[in-house]
Design a protein around this ligand. Structure first.
Ligand code: PLP
Length: 291
């Protein structure tokens, strides 16, 4: 298996073993539900470790697994699990962390449906209490921690207003209180921001945005430690069943090949627009400092 620390090269080759599929330069789409085994001993063996073996496509599928390995490697996580949408990934990651009667700290400007899930749906179903803060001052996090706080849910940059949180400081605070942390890293992508390296527990993405990049995929991913991802695989992924289609995982692999070069172009274009607006006499700067 070839490896390289350069994202562009890694995303091409990592997780692929071309000798397994006749040297095909692009891995095939394993469009099957079940897998077969040559004897009972082999079946016994795979059932000892269903997380890492292909048994049924709601669990592990080879095409999906290759895309997951690339995403985990890019984010610097041990494991990744793809889901049928960003919201499936987000709601599964949240359910992995929250408890009945628990308390969650989050931001005012998180993605709308994630906000509905926490503040309306789980409030009703699990009596979850949600505190909304601006997220720009660590003291806000600190002063809102309670006995039953089980999760700090972040989005940095956040939707619409792109406010930021200090991920390293928040992760440290959360760990010292035994509180789980999740970040929606969709906007920055794992190319520009590596939250797991700051100690954040779980990173979620909508792959429908920059990661997909062609407006032809709706998908999501959760990335984190082997332990957390095993829990999510066995519970939220298996039981809610929000598995991605192998074809969409294959499209994500296609997209990942060009993610670094696409983002470079986005950056260049964005900078040009920003510079133009910055010097434009009719554009005021005050919006930039709004939390
Ligand atoms: C689009 C989006 C989501 C939801 O993803 P879907 O794939 O549409 O379910 C979550 N977070 C952010 C920041 C998004 O932009």
């Amino acid at each position: 298996m070839r490896d390289s620390n350069r994202p562009a090269t890694m995303l091409l080759h990592y997780g692929e073993d071309k000798s397994e599929y006749q040297g095909a330069v692009v891995p095939p789409i394993y469009q099957n539900s079940l897998f077969t085994f040559k004897d009972w001993d082999s079946i016994d063996k795979v059932f000892d470790d269903p997380v890492n073996n292909c048994i049924y496509t709601r669990g592990k599928n080879p095409t999906v697994a290759i895309a997951e390995e690339k995403l985990a490697k890019l984010a610097g996580g041990e494991k990744a699990k793809l889901f049928t949408s960003g919201m499936a990934a987000i709601s599964s990651a949240i359910m992995h962390c929250v408890k009945h009667n628990g308390h969650v700290i989050t931001l005012k400007n998180i993605y709308g449906p994630a906000n509905n899930f926490l503040g309306t749906y789980l409030k009703e179903k699990m009596n979850l209490e949600v505190t909304y803060i601006s997220g720009t001052d660590i003291k806000e996090f600190e002063s809102n921690i309670k006995e039953n706080t089980c999760l700090i849910y972040l989005e940095s940059p956040s939707s619409v207003v792109f406010s930021l949180q200090d991920l390293e400081v928040v992760a440290k605070l959360a760990k010292s209180h035994n509180i789980k942390t999740i970040i929606d890293n969709t906007w920055a992508t794992p190319i520009y921001q590596k939250p797991l390296s700051f100690g954040i527990d779980l990173e979620v993405h909508s792959c429908s945005k920059y990661i997909g990049g062609h407006s032809d995929i709706v998908a999501g991913v959760v990335i984190g430690s082997e332990k957390d991802l095993r829990g999510i695989f066995e519970s939220e992924h298996a039981l809610y069943g929000g598995k991605i289609a192998p074809f969409e995982a294959w499209l994500i692999m296609r997209s990942l090949r060009t993610l670094p070069i696409r983002l470079k172009q986005h950056e260049e274009n964005g900078m040009k627009v920003a510079k133009y607006l910055e010097q434009h006499p009719k554009v005021k700067k005050s919006l930039l400092s709004r939390a």
